[in-house]
Design a protein around this ligand. Structure first.
Ligand code: BGC
Length: 566
């Protein structure tokens, strides 16, 4: 049966775009003051992305922020943090993005603000029960003296999800909810004033010409009535998903996983219908992309119904093991689920919150999302195996119809930095769990551009906010440029062949007759065969367009993907 990325196939750019995630603090330090990447650095390096062959960029937050959660703690949604530059630098960057023919997506963080945001300051200064307090989730404590949290919810980063405030007279007051760090109080999305503010924030950036928003924690804005206690299953990842190793075949689970009272509540959808209308005022195919850790895929598809968002990250795909049956199943489920609402599927393997796939795909122990890996992790990935699988996995992903996301550095084959010293770590997860979870710093290390420079050309001051491993020279962009078989050249070839053959808007036809470890399909004029096993598989006749590893004569080695013409 043929499966396409969408039933009502339109031509909007986001249906098939390859979108490159820039994590600003780790991309390029153009201002050269502090070893932190910035907007000037992004502007300077944009030509490298055109050369790679992507269609759009998504920027993680660059807004005013005390940086307690690397910018996902926003103190002013309508300004640029001085560490990243100014609004004028943003405008210069955006002009350049558009001149180069790329689209620009910015991050929107609506679930919570920073505790340094003026709204939270006003809420703390105002009495209990005031309009200012009602913009956040303040509650009385439980227990005879209110000195216990209002419920048992745990923060995604570890520890209780509630913090108690002190009244001006020094006595203990109410508690506020923070699903993430103490410094990230949750907003009350039942409050119409909050909704109005965010419409204005959307318009602020749309007026400046952005092409869309990646919406942070898009499954979390509404909490269940009464905030009931909830204990998640032991294997749940921090955000609701699991990066398991067990192949999940046949539609993931027989029974839908329970819905926590803080994720995936029905009430979020009217918010996105409202935002859809705001984007429509601006025309021009703008996009909202949901970061929603929601399973199963049929439920996630509710985020991309025709009057809501345009895209949702396909974390079920990201979480799938390197395993033939599991991959076939999740690809088929994705195409079915998203096309049932007329949306394209998205595909993603890495981002700033998960172990880089060049390491993750070679892990031998379960590693729930957000826990990270480090020096004491059991079953540390073997680099060569991880890279080989990552290259094959990417070659499979980029042949699929829909939109694909690439995380900066994956085009260089970068592994997770497993040896980051403890005293360099910055992720709140590390601190809130007293070092029992490493968190996400290992995938956030500044990327290498030039092998011969002390900080691999990341910063003019030869510093980087997280130390870079000393053996990253071969991964540097200039080491790989023009080098036959390098990961950079593989990505270039994949992206150019994907565009030339219109694979993003195509449809797939499954091919039978291969061993179980093999994922094989035709997308238009291209036959794609991914061998996730170890045994060599005979190749059918056909001109080889590209392959993730050298091929034997008429043979597809293990952990290798090939694209054939015809
Ligand atoms: C972002 C994370 C962030 C969290 C809280 C996420 O899902 O991607 O990096 O820590 O939201 O904003």
């Amino acid at each position: 049966m043929a499966q396409s990325s969408s039933d009502q196939r339109g031509t909007e750019w986001w249906r098939s775009a390859v979108i490159y995630q820039i994590y600003p603090r780790s991309f390029s330090d153009g201002m050269g003051q502090d070893g932190l990447g910035d907007l000037v650095g992004i502007t300077e390096r944009l030509p490298a992305l055109v050369d790679l062959g992507v269609d759009a960029v998504w920027l993680s937050p660059f807004y005013t922020s005390p940086q307690k959660d690397a910018g996902y703690d926003v103190a002013d949604y309508c300004d640029v943090d001085p560490i990243f530059g100014t609004l004028a630098d943003f405008e210069a960057m955006q002009r350049k993005v558009h001149e180069l023919g790329l689209k620009l997506i910015v991050d929107l963080v609506p679930n919570h603000t920073s505790d340094q945001h003026a709204w939270f300051g006003a809420a703390l200064a105002a009495p209990e029960g005031s309009a200012e307090r009602d913009r956040y989730m303040f509650r009385d404590g439980s227990g005879p003296h209110g000195d216990l949290p209002p419920n048992n919810w745990q923060s995604v980063f570890g520890g209780a999800a509630w913090t108690r405030v002190t009244r001006p007279d020094g006595t203990p007051g109410q508690w506020y909810l923070h699903l993430f760090d103490t410094s990230q109080p949750d907003l009350n999305w039942q409050n119409s004033w909050v909704r109005e503010q965010f419409r204005d924030i959307l318009r602020f950036w749309l007026d400046r010409g952005v092409d869309g928003f990646r919406v942070d924690v898009a499954h979390g804005l509404i909490k269940a009535e009464g905030l009931p206690d909830y204990t998640p299953p032991a294997d749940a990842g921090s955000m609701g998903g699991t990066l398991g190793l067990e192949p999940e075949i046949e539609g993931h689970a027989e029974v839908d996983p329970p819905t926590p009272p803080y994720w995936a509540q029905e009430g979020v959808h009217e918010i996105y219908r409202d935002w859809h209308r705001v984007l429509e005022e601006y025309g021009g195919d703008r996009v909202l992309c949901a970061e929603a850790w929601v399973e199963p895929l049929a439920k996630l598809a509710n985020w991309v119904r025709p009057d809501e968002m345009q895209q949702a990250f396909n974390f079920s795909y990201l979480e799938t093991a390197w395993n033939g049956p599991a991959l076939r199943s999740v690809i088929a489920d994705s195409l079915t689920a998203f096309s049932s609402v007329g949306a394209p599927s998205s595909w993603v393997l890495s981002n700033h919150d998960v172990v880089r796939h060049a390491s993750r795909l070679a892990l031998t122990e379960d590693n729930p999302q957000g826990h990270g890996i480090g020096p004491k992790t059991l079953g540390k990935p073997v680099r060569a195996l991880g890279l080989r699988r990552a290259r094959a996995a990417t070659a499979l992903m980029l042949a699929l119809p829909g939109s694909a996301y690439i995380y900066q550095g994956e085009e260089l084959g970068l592994p997770e930095d497993v040896d980051l010293p403890d005293d360099a770590r910055q992720d709140p997860t590390w601190f809130r769990t007293n070092g029992t979870r490493y968190g996400r710093d290992g995938c956030r290390v500044p990327i290498p551009w030039e092998a011969a420079k002390p900080d691999y050309g990341f910063s003019h001051v030869q510093r980087s906010w997280l130390p870079q491993p000393t053996d990253w020279g071969p991964y540097a962009r200039d080491s790989q440029e023009g080098l036959d078989g390098s990961t950079l050249e593989l990505y270039r070839s994949l992206l150019s062949a994907r565009a030339a053959n219109g694979l993003g808007l195509g449809e797939i036809e499954w091919l039978d007759g291969y061993p179980d470890d093999v994922v094989a399909f035709r997308n238009g004029a291209v036959t794609v065969i991914a061998n996730t096993g170890e045994a060599v598989v005979p190749l059918p006749a056909g001109e080889v367009m590209l392959s993730s590893e050298p091929l034997g004569v008429g043979a597809l080695p293990g952990d290798t993907t090939v694209w054939l013409r015809g």
